[in-house]
Write a protein that binds this ligand. Structure first.
Ligand code: DGT
Ligand code: CA
Ligand code: CA
Ligand code: ZN
Length: 572
C-alpha cells in the first residue's frame, strides 16, 4: 500500500504552502492526507478504478496530484514548490518548538534550510539575536536537536503496527499455505517504539513467500536475503525481518523472537537449572530429546510456569511471579467500555459529537465523555462557558436518540491548567459537567517545584477528576515536563484524582513504567484515546498495551464501569 507515502507527499505540499503564506490550501491538503492515511483501502486500487474523488477531502486538483504520483512517482508541482522554498520542512518540524512561523523566519533571516544548518547557527550564537528568540530559545533548540538525534531510528508503535499488520494480511491473502504468521519482537510486546519488525512465518512452501517479501512494491532496499531469513527496508522507513520457522519449533521461535532478550536469558537460566537447554528451536533434555517447542504455552508449562503475556516479558519480576502463580490478570479490551477523553468540531476535532459517538460505538464503547478544549487554547478552538451551555443542549438531544442503543454521551471538557494551577473555566461551569479532564497545554518549561505545585493544585481542585497526559512528553520529540512524580502520586491518591493513560501513538502518557509505579501506589487510572477524529478511537489498543506493560488489571482502571456507575463515581 502506498497510502502512507501519498499522505506524506500531501503533507509536504501543505507545509510548503503554509510557509509561503498561502491560505486555506494547506488545511485542505492536510485533511486529504489524514483521510488517506486512515483509509482501509489501497489508494492504488482506488486510483485504478478512477475513484479518487470518492475519498473525503480529495478534490479534483488533489486527485490529479495523487494520480500523477502513483503513475510517475513524482509530482511536478511539489518539485516546483521545493525549488521555490528549498527547506527540509519535515526535518525542521520534527524539532520541538519549531512551527511554520519560526521555520519561515529562520529561513528568511539566516537562510536555514535543514537541521544541520540550524544546529550550526544555534551553536555559533546567531539564533539568540533574532527577533522573538533569546539565549533560552537558542539553548532549547540545541537541546531539542540533541534529543531528536538520540531518538532516531525507532518508529512509533502506532505507525509500525498498522504497516506490519498490512504486510501480514497481504502475505496471508497471497499464500494460502501459510499456517502461522505473526509480527514478534518489541511490536508484539507492545513497546511504545520499535527498532524493527520481526515477522515469523510457517508454511508448506517457503521460497515463494521469501521471494515475494523481498520484491514487494514498497521495498526500498533489501538489506539481507537468504532461504530462512531476509531483511528489508521499506520506503516508509520501516525495517522488517521475515523468518521461516519449522512447525515443530513455532512456539520456541515465537518466544525467542518475541523477547525481550533479558526475558529469554532468564528463561534459559531456568532451563539450565533443570539440566535442559532452551533455544529458538525448542526445549531439549540433556540427551537432546525434544521436550516442548510447538507452542509457547507448551514451553512455559514444561518449564513449570504459567504462560506469560508478551507485554510482561521484560525480566521485571514476571518469571518469579509466574512460578508462584501470582501473575497479574492483565486488563483486556473487554474491560474498556468507556472513553473519558475525546474532542469534536466544537473545538479542534474533525467530526461532530454525533459522528464521534457513532465511531466510539462502532469501536465497542458504551459511552464517551465529550471533552472539548476550553477558553485559553484559541488555536484549538477553546470553548467559553456560553459555548458549553449550547453544546450541552446538543448532547441532551443526541442522548435522547442514542439511549435507545444503550449509548451515553457525558458532558465534560479538557480544561487548561493555568500556570497558577487554576483551571481556565469558572467553577460554576465545571460543576455542571459530569467529568472534567485537566491538562497542561502551555508553559511547559518551568522548574520542577513550579510544575509540581501547578499540577498538585489541579489535583486538589474538587472539579477536576482526571489529569490528562500528565508528563506532556511527545515521543521522539519532547521530553516530559520537570515535576516530582513521587509527590504527585501521593496527591493523586489522597485526592482520588484519576491519572490518564493517553493512547495517542506519540504520547502514550503515562508511559509503561510510570503506569506500573502509579498502580503500585494505589492510584486509579483511565485509558483514553483523546480522539480528535473518528478513526482515533482505534488507537485504544496502544493505550491498552501501555497499561498491560504497566501490569494494569481491571481493578486499576475506571473504563470498565457502566455509564450509571460513572455518574455515581464522579458525583461524589
Ligand atoms: P527492537 O527491535 O529494538 O524494538 O527490539 P526487539 O526486542 O524486537 O529486538 P530485536 O529485533 O533485536 O530482536 C528480536 C528478539 O529476538 C528480541 O526481543 C530477543 C531476541 N534476540 C535477539 N538477539 C538476541 C540475543 O542476542 N540473545 C537472546 N537471548 N535473544 C535475542
Ligand atoms: Ca525488533
Ligand atoms: Ca530484528
Ligand atoms: Zn485532548
Amino acid at each position: 500500500m502506498k497510502n502512507t507515502e501519498v499522505a506524506k507527499i500531501l503533507y509536504e505540499i501543505a507545509d510548503i504552502l503554509e510557509l509561503q503564506n498561502v491560505e486555506f490550501k494547506p488545511r485542505a491538503y492536510r485533511k486529504a492526507a489524514q483521510n488517506i492515511e486512515s483509509l482501509g483501502q489501497d489508494i492504488e486500487e482506488i486510483d485504478r478504478k478512477g475513484k479518487l474523488l470518492d475519498i473525503p477531502g480529495v478534490g479534483k486538483s488533489i486527485a490529479e496530484k495523487i494520480h500523477e504520483y502513483l503513475s510517475t512517482g513524482k509530482v511536478k508541482e511539489l518539485a516546483h514548490l521545493r525549488k521555490e522554498t528549498p527547506i527540509k520542512v519535515e526535518e525542521l518540524f520534527s524539532i520541538e518548538g519549531l512551527g511554520p512561523k519560526r521555520v519561515k523566519q529562520l529561513y528568511e533571516s539566516l537562510k536555514i534550510k535543514n537541521v544541520s544548518e540550524l544546529e550550526k547557527a544555534a551553536r555559533s550564537g546567531k539564533i539568540r539575536k533574532l527577533k522573538g528568540f533569546g539565549e533560552r530559545e537558542e539553548f532549547n533548540i540545541i537541546r531539542a536537536i540533541e534529543f531528536s538525534r538520540s531518538h532516531q531510528g525507532r518508529m512509533l508503535l502506532g505507525v509500525a503496527e498498522p504497516i506490519a499488520q498490512g504486510i501480514v494480511a497481504d502475505l496471508k491473502k497471497r499464500f494460502l499455505d501459510i499456517i502461522s504468521i505473526i509480527p514478534a519482537g518489541s511490536l508484539r510486546r507492545g513497546k511504545e517504539t520499535v527498532g524493527d519488525v520481526d515477522i515469523l512465518v510457517t508454511a508448506t512452501k517457503s521460497k515463494p513467500i521469501m521471494d515475494y517479501f523481498t520484491t514487494m512494491p514498497d521495498v526500498k532496499t533489501v538489506l539481507a536475503t537468504g532461504p530462512k531469513k531476509s531483511t528489508i527496508l521499506l520506503t516508509n522507513g520501516l525495517q522488517a525481518d521475515l523468518r521461516i520457522i519449522e512447525p515443530q519449533s513455532w512456539g520456541a521461535a515465537l518466544m525467542y523472537f518475541t523477547g525481550s532478550k533479558n526475558h529469554n536469558i532468564a528463561l534459559r537460566k531456568l532451563a539450565i537449572s533443570k539440566k535442559w537447554k532452551l533455544s529458538e528451536y525448542g526445549l531439549f533434555d540433556a540427551k537432546g530429546k525434544s521436550l516442548a517447542g510447538k507452542t509457547e504455552e507448551g514451553v512455559y508449562r514444561k518449564l513449570g510456569i504459567r504462560y506469560i503475556e508478551p507485554e510482561l516479558r521484560e525480566d521485571a519480576g514476571e518469571i518469579e511471579l509466574a512460578q508462584s502463580e501470582n501473575l497479574p490478570d492483565l486488563v483486556t479490551i473487554k474491560d474498556i467500555i468507556g472513553d473519558f477523553h475525546c474532542h469534536s468540531t466544537w473545538s479542534d476535532g474533525t467530526a461532530s459529537i454525533g459522528e464521534m459517538a457513532k465511531a466510539a460505538m462502532d469501536a465497542g464503547r458504551k459511552y464517551i465523555v465529550m471533552t472539548d478544549h476550553t477558553g485559553v487554547l484559541k488555536i484549538a478552538g477553546g470553548l467559553e462557558p456560553k459555548d458549553f451551555e449550547k453544546q450541552w443542549k446538543e448532547i441532551d438531544t443526541l442522548n435522547r436518540q442514542s439511549s435507545k442503543k444503550g449509548f451515553t454521551i457525558f458532558k465534560g471538557c479538557e480544561v487548561n491548567i493555568m500556570e497558577d494551577g487554576k483551571p481556565d473555566l469558572p467553577d460554576a461551569t465545571l460543576k455542571k459537567m459530569d467529568v472534567v479532564v485537566g491538562s497542561i497545554h502551555h508553559g511547559f518549561k518551568n522548574p520542577s517545584t513550579t510544575m509540581t505545585r501547578r499540577i498538585r493544585m489541579a489535583m486538589e481542585n474538587p472539579h477536576i477528576d482526571i489529569i490528562g497526559h500528565l508528563s506532556g512528553r511527545i515521543i521522539n520529540k519532547r521530553e516530559p515536563y520537570a515535576y516530582d512524580f513521587d509527590e504527585l502520586l501521593d496527591v493523586a491518591k489522597s485526592t482520588e484524582t484519576v491519572l490518564e493513560i493517553n493512547s495517542f501513538p506519540d504520547r502514550l502518557d503515562l508511559k509503561d513504567s510510570d503506569v506500573r509505579e502509579a498502580i503500585k501506589r494505589g492510584v486509579t487510572l483511565s485509558i483514553d484515546t483523546d480522539s480528535h477524529a473518528v478513526e482515533h478511537f482505534l488507537n485504544i489498543r496502544y493505550g491498552l498495551s501501555t497499561a498491560r506493560r504497566g501490569w494494569v488489571t481491571r481493578n486499576d482502571i475506571i473504563n470498565w464501569m457502566s455509564a450509571e456507575k460513572v455518574k455515581d463515581y464522579f458525583s461524589k
